[in-house]
Each structure stands twice: as structure tokens, then as C-alpha cells.
Design a protein around this ligand. Structure first.
Ligand code: PRP
Ligand code: ADE
Length: 179
């Protein structure tokens, strides 16, 4: 039978389905897509903790609604690091990324327009979850390549050991489930 983890975040409660990552590890899947109420409330709470910044960056895909909503509330722009190059991606820069939810390695790309938005700016990196930190590391590398200055790294949830990191801020911890 499907099992759930009860999450309290930003004044809301959600039941997260427990999903298998491997023979030894399960995660509670945190998917903000579709959940406008949770996205708006989480954005508001992260903004309260955020340092002054000029632009946000997130990774495709689950960080996008959060970055959009934070940028809307803050009145600033946001950049999405894409997982593929499109016909309209001019002069892409790239970095390799691995994530706890995806087998094998992927890449994150920024086009020239996104690089221009980041260059010389105070950049806040945002994501829905920070777990192994690999996605965050890839975003850091991209911001540095683009000539941006990272002023903070934020997430709604810090999963597993990420909760002990001192270089990020987040709203709630999320446990990993070892089998
Ligand atoms: O700290 P990490 O281990 O890198 O995990 C965190 C990343 O994993 C998730 O994305 P995912 O790779 O599942 O891709 P998706 O957003 O496209 O579903 C999440 O949105 C973060 O970007
Ligand atoms: N618990 C989780 N739910 C969704 N995506 C994730 N990426 C890393 N941990 C995750």
C-alpha cells in the first residue's frame, strides 16, 4: 500500500508519497507542480529570509514555479537553467549535473540572454529541494561562469544531510528513508 510522509511547511500540511530511489533508499516525493497555494506560501516565507538580490536562478524543472512566484513577489527577474539546448539557445554555456531522482548525469545550460541577466548581478539560487547538493553545485558553477555574484542559496526543503549545511537556508527539513 502507498505510504505517505506528512509535511508541514509555510503554514500548510501536505501528504508526500514515499517513492523508491534504490534497493536501500526511499524519498518522500515533494512535487510543487499544480499546488499554487503551496508555491505562493513557500515563496513568501523564503523571501522573508532572503538577502538583497537582483535576480533569481533555478534549475529546470520543479524549481520553476517557485522561482517565478518569488520573482513576481519581489518584482525582479528570474533565470531558468535548462536541461537541454533548444533551437533558440544562443551560445550556450553548460555544466554537468547529477540528481538523487535521476539515473546517470544530465547537463544544465544557459543561453546568452540568461548570461546577460546574471552578469555583474547579485544572484539568489533557489530550488524546491536541496538533497545531495549536486544541482545546487551545478547552478553555482553556471552563475560563476556567467559572471554573477551568488548572495544566497535557498530551498523550500533540505533533504537528508543537506539540513546540516550552513551555506543554505530553507523552510523545513525532509528526511530520507533508509531501508
Ligand atoms: O540536491 P540534488 O540531489 O541535486 O536534488 C535536488 C534536485 O532534484 C530535483 O530535481 P530533479 O533532478 O528531480 O529534476 P526535475 O525538477 O526536472 O524533476 C529538485 O527539483 C532539485 O533540483
Ligand atoms: N524528495 C524529493 N522530492 C522531489 N524531488 C527531489 N529531489 C531531491 N529530493 C527530492
Amino acid at each position: 500500500m502507498q505510504q505517505y510522509y506528512t509535511l508541514h511547511v509555510a503554514g500548510l500540511t501536505r501528504e508526500l508519497p514515499i517513492c523508491s530511489v534504490s534497493d536501500t533508499l526511499d524519498i518522500a516525493a515533494f512535487i510543487m507542480f499544480s499546488d499554487v497555494e503551496l508555491t505562493v506560501a513557500s515563496a513568501k516565507e523564503i523571501i522573508k529570509k532572503a538577502p538583497p538580490c537582483d535576480v533569481l536562478i533555478t534549475a529546470e524543472s520543479k524549481g520553476i514555479p517557485l522561482a517565478y512566484e518569488m520573482a513576481r513577489q519581489m518584482g525582479i527577474r528570474y533565470v531558468v537553467a535548462r536541461k537541454s539546448v533548444k533551437v533558440y539557445t544562443i551560445d550556450p554555456i553548460e555544466v554537468e549535473v547529477q540528481s538523487i531522482t535521476t539515473k546517470g548525469s544530465q547537463k544544465l545550460y544557459l543561453g546568452r540572454d540568461e548570461v546577460e541577466l546574471l552578469n555583474g548581478k547579485r544572484v539568489l539560487i533557489v530550488d524546491d529541494v536541496i538533497s545531495t547538493g549536486e544541482s545546487l553545485k551545478a547552478l553555482e558553477t553556471l552563475v560563476e561562469k556567467a559572471g554573477g555574484k551568488i548572495v544566497g542559496q535557498a530551498a523550500v526543503l533540505a533533504e537528508g544531510d543537506a539540513a546540516d549545511r550552513k551555506d543554505i537556508f530553507y523552510l523545513e527539513k525532509l528526511p530520507l528513508f533508509f531501508k
